[in-house]
Write a protein that binds this ligand. Structure first.
Ligand code: APR
Length: 238
């Protein structure tokens, strides 16, 4: 029989205590910026420079940000249980990597990578700004963009997410959802597939019916992480 595993599905809230803005909370990024101006292919076609600058700022802001206890909890579980910990995130920051996680599925891309618009090759750029004319190390062309999935764009890793969620039905897996409003991914639907599930957000969200979750914590992820860690370890040791 397959061993029990844990699927973490996280969003902006897990990085909030590290000083990174969420999108939809009060004062969140989408209150300050219009999605239509910085986060769609149409916006990028209209004003390439402005969109690249928006992501350059986000990337620069990441430089001195540190992981918090919630990122470290998942990193420690991965260290102890290896591939039984599946780390799926909507976040484009690198705080899981800074915490020591080695296998992170970034559904919406990564700020610290650039992508070639000709061949699709991606490469690590750290916290550097890009201006759109950098040379692709693979095909040699000069049309570079941020490696971030914008609204109305395909998210190539979603098939892997859905394959993983399918496995929740078939195996004894626990789903742990932290810091997402559920407005982009149907986390409530995913929880219905899982035999055991945990939800941790600051507040109840209109898009998430928390009655489908086994455990619900409405508090900061850094605070809830100790209890979530205990529940995960108990589950994995059963
Ligand atoms: N601890 C736990 N949860 C928190 C904390 C915290 N310290 N701070 C905020 N939250 C919760 C909020 O209550 C909210 O439910 O995190 C959630 C953040 O929701 P969003 O801002 O909508 O972020 P997210 O769900 O990750 O957005 C999904 O939308 O704009 C796109 O591509 C972008 O990946 C992003 C996607």
């Amino acid at each position: 029989m397959e061993q029990r595993s844990i699927v973490f599905l996280t969003g902006a809230g897990i990085s909030a205590e590290s000083g990174i803005n969420t999108f939809r909370s009060a004062g969140g990024l989408w209150e300050t910026y219009s999605i239509d101006e910085v986060c769609t292919p149409e916006a990028f076609r209209r004003n390439r420079k402005f969109v690249l600058e928006f992501y350059n700022k986000r990337r620069a802001e990441l430089h001195d940000k540190l992981p918090n206890p919630a990122h470290r909890m998942i990193a420690a579980l991965e260290k102890d249980y290896g591939s039984r910990i599946i780390n799926i995130t909507q976040n484009i920051d690198d705080l899981f990597e800074k915490a020591g996680c080695s296998a992170v599925m970034h559904l919406h891309g990564e700020l610290t990578k650039a992508r070639c618009e000709f061949c699709g090759h991606t490469w690590h750029i750290g916290y550097k700004a890009i201006y759109g004319d950098e040379q692709c190390p693979d095909c040699g062309n000069h049309k570079t963009r941020h490696h971030v999935v914008m609204f109305h764009e395909e998210a190539p890793l979603y098939w892997l997410l859905y394959a993983t969620i399918d496995r929740l039905f078939a195996t004894e897996s626990m789903l742990v959802v932290i810091g997402t409003s559920g407005q982009v991914l149907p986390v409530e639907l995913f929880a219905r597939a899982a035999p055991v599930s945990i939800l941790n957000n600051l507040d109840p969200e209109p898009a998430i019916d928390d009655r489908v979750f086994t455990h619900v914590f409405y508090e900061k992820a850094g605070v809830a992480s100790a209890r979530i860690d205990t529940l995960c370890r108990e589950y994995l040791e059963l």
